[in-house]
Design a protein around this ligand. Structure first.
Ligand code: ADP
Length: 576
């Protein structure tokens, strides 16, 4: 039966019985009131009149008004005939009273009247007794019916009280618990409400939903497992070692390459805190330095040298944080990270071969170029023989090319030294004025060729600096050479010296082509040349300069605006 029908029937029946109870009560009370009224009106009055008439009869000889009063009560009694036989008795009384009025001295008549009155009183007394029995029966009946109806009301209300709350609350409780289980991903949960009530329908709908959810969950779980396997295979087949960490720095996985180079076994590390593994494994220790806050910049790839594949191998360490936005949330959350080691051994080997080749070639070039330069100087010498104008022109041009060649081989040699880490610096207390003057002198001729004026502005006194004199002179001349090369003819270049608290600054300022802001960060990279740059060059000068200056704990910066010129500043540590 439907809950709604049950409720309607139960409450409806209760309502009907209450109405019935009220009606019954009202009716029985009404009957009782009638019975009482009957006794009062019908019999009590007759008794009262009769009693008063007897009283007046006693005083009739002494009190003249008594007769009048007697007649008055007689009159009232003759109008209050309610019982069977009362009429005849009242008529006898009237007759006897009439006789008494005609013969007031007849004592026997008074006796007759008294007898009549007693008869009337007895009749009414009997009637009262009878009616009170009827009223009592009515009251008993009322009590009986009200008790029956009240008991029925009680039984129904009690049944409703016992059954209804649990009929409604129990399924709701069961359903709430089942919903909680489903929310906790226990899709096997079912509810069983028997019968055809609304809860039965609800249970069927709920079970269908749970079944569908289970089906969906099973299918997506299988799909997820498949995807997991696919990704695991992919990671395992990668040639680069990969280690996955969760948000608490426990190892989630390590592919075969990672296990191979670290000499670890999967079973020994999976699920363990990476810090615990780092205690006994050097490689893992160097890989997780970023966790200890040693290397803050994760985007910058570090190169590690690891003995793998029976040779020294090079790996670029990359930390990739796994950042996700959880479903239903807006804030991003880091749930772990990957440590990827890119095997760059092959590139390193190629780079090493290239550096070696450049070093050998430039070294081999250096001696013949130097001898060519000497020969040219000899040719220029008048004592050997005079040259005509055209020959002098040719000699000048060959000299230019030889100088350029010498500069290029010098740069190539320098960069190979930097790349192989063989740069040897002789850092000593140096006179910066001497360095700058040497550089200005070395570039003076080049400036003259383009009719460029080199202006110098040096303070009277300038402190010494910690520097490798030769290499720093090379850097300053390279900056002045660049300033000349990237300036228009007839321009001017300023070479200045100044100082701050810890540094002496060498400033080379030109009003030449200038550098677009997108390239100012790149010009110090090796082999970088601004695209479309018409001047010849290797793109190495500034890279070497930066290496040299930074190796001396100095700094080199550029400020430039395209079309307005550039200012290069070298900061050298004061030797105090
Ligand atoms: P390069 O041999 O090409 O001059 P550098 O390393 O000395 O190599 O310079 C790198 C690039 O920076 C140059 O190709 C040039 O485009 C730019 N550059 C260097 N100095 C200046 C300057 N004073 N004015 C404008 N551009 C310059």
């Amino acid at each position: 039966m439907k809950i709604k029908t049950k409720l309607t029937l139960g409450v409806g029946l209760l309502f009907f019985l209450i109405v019935l109870l009220v009606a019954l009560g009202v009716r029985q009370l009404h009957t009782l009131a009638n019975d009482t009224e009957n006794i009062l009106v019908d019999n009590y009055n007759s008794l009262d009149y009769s009693r008063n008439m007897l009283k007046e009869l006693d005083k009739i000889e002494t009190d003249k008004q008594s007769l009048e009063k007697f007649q008055h009560y007689l009159e009232l009694q003759s109008r209050n005939i309610t019982e069977i036989g009362e009429k005849e008795l009242t008529e006898n009384l009237l007759e006897d009273s009439q006789t008494f009025l005609q013969q007031p001295d007849n004592k026997s008549v008074i006796l007759l009247i008294r007898n009549d009155l007693n008869a009337i009183m007895k009749l009414n007394m009997d009637s009262i007794q009878r009616k009170s029995i009827v009223a009592s029966q009515t009251a008993d009946r009322a009590i009986l019916w009200i008790s029956i109806t009240g008991s029925m009301c009680f039984i129904i209300a009690f049944t409703l009280l016992i059954n209804l709350p649990s009929t409604i609350a129990d399924p709701i409780k069961d359903l709430t618990e089942s919903i909680r289980q489903i929310a906790g991903k226990n899709y096997s949960r079912r509810v069983h409400f028997e019968g055809h009530s609304e809860f039965g329908d609800l249970a069927r709908s709920f079970n269908t939903m749970a079944e569908k959810l289970q089906e969906y969950s099973d299918s997506s779980l299988a799909r997820l497992m498949m995807e997991k396997k696919r990704i695991e295979t992919l990671i395992n087949n990668m040639h680069d070692p990969v280690i996955g960490l969760n948000d608490t720095q426990k190892i989630l996985f390590a592919n075969e390459e990672a296990l191979k180079i670290s000499g670890l076994k999967s079973a020994d590390i999976i699920g363990k805190p990476v810090q615990d593994i780092a205690v006994y494994n050097d490689l893992i220790r160097s890989l997780i330095q970023h966790l200890a806050g040693n290397s803050v910049d994760n985007s910058k790839n570090e190169t590690l040298t690891i003995y793998a594949d029976n040779k020294e191998s090079y790996f670029e360490k990359q930390i990739v944080p796994i950042v996700i936005t959880p479903t239903g949330e807006t804030e991003k959350k880091e749930i772990g990270s990957f440590i990827i080691l890119r095997n760059v051994t092959l590139y390193k080997e190629l780079d090493y071969a290239k550096t070696n080749f450049i070093a050998t070639v430039s070294h081999e070039f250096k001696t013949p170029i130097a001898s060519m330069k000497m020969s040219l100087q000899l040719l220029e010498n008048e004592s050997i023989g005079s040259l005509n104008e055209e020959q002098q022109h040719l000699i000048a041009s060959i000299k230019d090319d030889t100088n350029r060649l010498l500069r290029t081989t010098g740069e190539l040699l320098n960069i190979t030294q930097v790349e192989t880490g063989k740069t040897q610096l002789e850092i000593e207390k140096s006179n910066v004025l001497q360095i700058v003057t040497e550089a200005v002198d070395a570039t003076q001729k080049l400036a003259e060729q383009k009719n460029i004026k080199l202006f110098t502005a040096f303070p009277d006194t300038i402190p010494d600096v910690w520097a490798d004199r030769e290499k720093t002179t090379w850097v300053v001349s390279n900056l002045i050479t660049n300033a000349i090369r990237y300036s228009y003819e007839n321009a001017s270049i300023q070479v200045q010296l100044s100082e701050d608290d810890s540094y002496v600054k060498i400033i080379v300022k030109d009003n030449g082509l200038g550098i677009s802001s997108q390239y100012t960060g790149k010009i110090f990279d090796r082999y970088f040349r601004i695209p479309g740059s018409e001047k010849e060059g290797t793109g190495l000068g500034l890279a070497i300069s930066k290496e040299f200056i930074e190796a001396q704990k100095g700094l080199i910066t550029v400020e430039s605006e395209l079309g307005s010129g550039s200012t290069f500043t070298v900061f050298l540590k004061k030797a105090i």
